[in-house]
Each structure stands twice: as structure tokens, then as C-alpha cells.
Design a binder for this molecule. Sequence first.
Ligand code: F6R
Length: 364
Amino acid sequence: QKDGYEHFMLKEIHEQPDALRHTISPRVKNGLPDWSGDGLPKDFFSRFERIQIVACGTAMHAGMIGKTIIEKLARIPVEVDIASEFRYRDPILTGNTLVIIVSQSGETADSLAALRLAKQMELSTLAIVNVAGSSIAREAEHVLYTFAGPEISVASTKAYSVQISLLYLIAFTLGQEKGLLSEEQVRVLTRQLFASAEAVRGALRLQERIEMSAKSLAGAEHLFFLGRGLDYALACEGSLKLKEVSYVHCEAYAAGELKHGTISLITEGVPVIALCTQTALLPKMLSNIKETTARGAKVFVIAKQGETISQDVADTVLLLDDFDDLFMPFPAVTVLQLIAYFTARQRGCDIDKPRNLAKSVTVE
Ligand code: F6R
């Protein structure tokens, strides 16, 4: 069942290129997004002026990527909320808001309650779900299934990648329907989305180097993930994954926020994983990294081939194949998942079933 892999988590990380293709292909016709197979009415997305994404954990982190991409390409405001917060904060939502619930299992109690609240408010609901026939899939007005196949490892990996792939396709569709993207631009973006599967393969080829690097992370007591923009959303996911499976305490920080308090925790030898996949933000990231190396941090940089990262700012540099900034979350999250996996393995943790955690959280 594990196909020769030592753990389901590693197997599922490696399944991502196929999961992506299976999820994207049915929604693309003649090189353009097409939702007819999902039963969405024509021009479904264009009627909305706001989007509210609601989810928990890793699925919520996928929503953070979705927010950035949709706002960038379609220029409509997107809010992302933790389901257990959303349902109790008496959210202000108007009729032209689309509520998107993201859930691998389709059974998460708070996400289901958030969906019910949105329906009570008579809002349009769209669920992005992996498990067919699950409660969220049954109750949402519209469902987009991700085709990741069963995810057995408690830590979610491939589900995140396919969830973001659908949020990208929604962004392209909205961008075109709002008149901000030409058909040709959407074609190019859709081709790049398909190419993200190949970019993930490129990241998987770094596995041995990541395994080596994880050896020096395994002894850490605290660790920081830093990033800006899409890299900040990725930092949140990388940090959750590492905590969850390796029990190393870590924090994700928007790199520019570091000096507003947290830098006091950076001392000699504290590992910092700096995500630098966004070329436009690289100079800012490098100056944040220098602030940490000056205080003795041991820095791991994840960047793209071709970027110059000098030896005096980073102890380890992992370079991913060059790819458009917009699509870097696909290979970058793969690296973060592998870092979590190999750190946990080095520490002898029960990787597929971390302590105190359940695959599907059906209690509030
Ligand atoms: C983390 C993880 C959890 C889930 C969260 C939501 O690796 O698996 O954070 O992402 O419990 O679960 P779903 O997506 O099933 O609603």
C-alpha cells in the first residue's frame, strides 16, 4: 500500500505531480478553464464581487495562497478565515459574496458549521473537497472535487497542492470574466499551471539534499520560517507541517514583522528557513536575512536558480528550477513538506500518526 515508501507521508508528497494533473485536466478544455464538468453555470464566477474563503489548518493555508492569486489576477477582495473564528464572529457578508469552503476530508466540524452559517445567510457556497460524498460536499450548493486520491498520512500534503491548483484556475476564470485577462493570457497561465506538476518533480529531485539539511534541523528547539507575500503563506504551511510531524517548535513570520518583536528570539544557532521564491521581494528578504545572521541564526534559503545568494547570508541554499513567481508555491511547498518529513524521521517520530492528532477533526 505504501508502494515501497517508508511512510504514507513521503508517498503522498511524491504523488503530487499526478494529483495535480488529475485535478487540473478535467477543468481545462482547449487550453482554457472550463467548469461545465462540475455543473457550474456559465459565467458563474463573474456575478461575485467578494470572496470569503473559510477552512482549517492546511486547507486554510491553501486559502491564503488563493487570496493572493485571486486578488492579483482578478482584483476582487478575498478574505480568508479560520472556520472556528468565522462562525463565532458574526461575519459581515453581502449577497454578492461567494463563500468557498476548503476541506480535504469534507467532515471538519468547524468548516461544516461555517458552510451552514453561509447558507443560513443565503450566500452562494462552493466547496473544494477531496472526499466524495462527504458532508461538506453534500451540503454545499456547488462542489469542486480535488482528485488527490486518498490521503492516509495525518499530515496533509498532496491535498494542499490540489486545493491551490483549483484556486488558481478560479483566479484565471475570474480574471477573464472581469475583463482583466485576455484569452491569450489565460491560455499562458493555464499552461503554466499544468507545468507546475513538472516543477514539483524538480523539487522532489532535491530530496537527498533536503534529507542532509534536515540532520542539522533535528536538534533544534526553536525554528523560524520567514517569507513575504506568497512566501509568507508558504511559511505558515511549512511551520505547521514541521511542528505537526517533528514536534520542533517553530513559528512562521512575515519577514518584515520580525523587527517588531520576534527578532529578540533569534540567538546563536537558531535555524531560520527563509523562503525567497519571489524575485521582486528578494532584496527585502535578503536584508531581513542579514538581520538574523547578524544575531547568529543558521539560515536555510529556498530560492530559484539564477538568484545570487551569497555564502555570507546563508549556511544552506536550496535552489529550485526557475519558474514564474506566481507558480512557485507548488515546488516550494514540496520542499517544505520534505523538510518536515526528514526532520521528523531524523527525530524518530511517528510520522504518519503524530501524537494527539486525528486525520479528520469532527469535533469542535
Ligand atoms: C495539517 C492538517 C490539518 C487539516 C485540517 C483541516 O497537516 O492535516 O491542519 O488541514 O484539520 O482538515 P480538512 O482539510 O479535512 O478540513
